[in-house]
Design a protein around this ligand. Sequence first.
Ligand code: FES
Length: 162
Amino acid sequence: MQVEPRIAVIPRGLTAIGATSAPFEPALPLRDLRPGEMRRVTFGDLDVLFARTSNGIVAIDDRCPHMSAPLSLGELDGCLVACPLHSGQFDLATGLPTRMPTTGGLDADGTYHPVWSPPDKEPKPDPPGIKAEARRLTRVRRIRYYPVRVRDGMLEVAVPRA
Ligand code: FES
């Protein structure tokens, strides 16, 4: 009997708005996402990244929280995904940055996080004035997750539709 793969728990506050009430829909065959692999699947104008991490399968927006590069072109190592554009790195088990350049911003639920700094560095201050306000209101700065499940060998995902 085939053992179903683990589905990772979505970090608190990072579920995409509307995803918990959205219907599941087919995304790709499970056999097309082997351990350690990533795949982009597009739903309308939403590009979703499926990653089979060491912590389980996750589905997130396929865009880096720094400047929106497609993370699907990056590299996955365990739970860590590295961005192809400026080498930012994120832990998909927690949704947190682990390497610069990355910034803070809004969770999917609107919770604000200040500019991220590595634990061994002095905190980087927010830029002053309009830049701080623009950063504060930038929602793409945090990873958004979508619920995933496996049915009959297919990976399914719940993505909200307009
Ligand atoms: S766009 Fe990903 S680190 Fe800059």
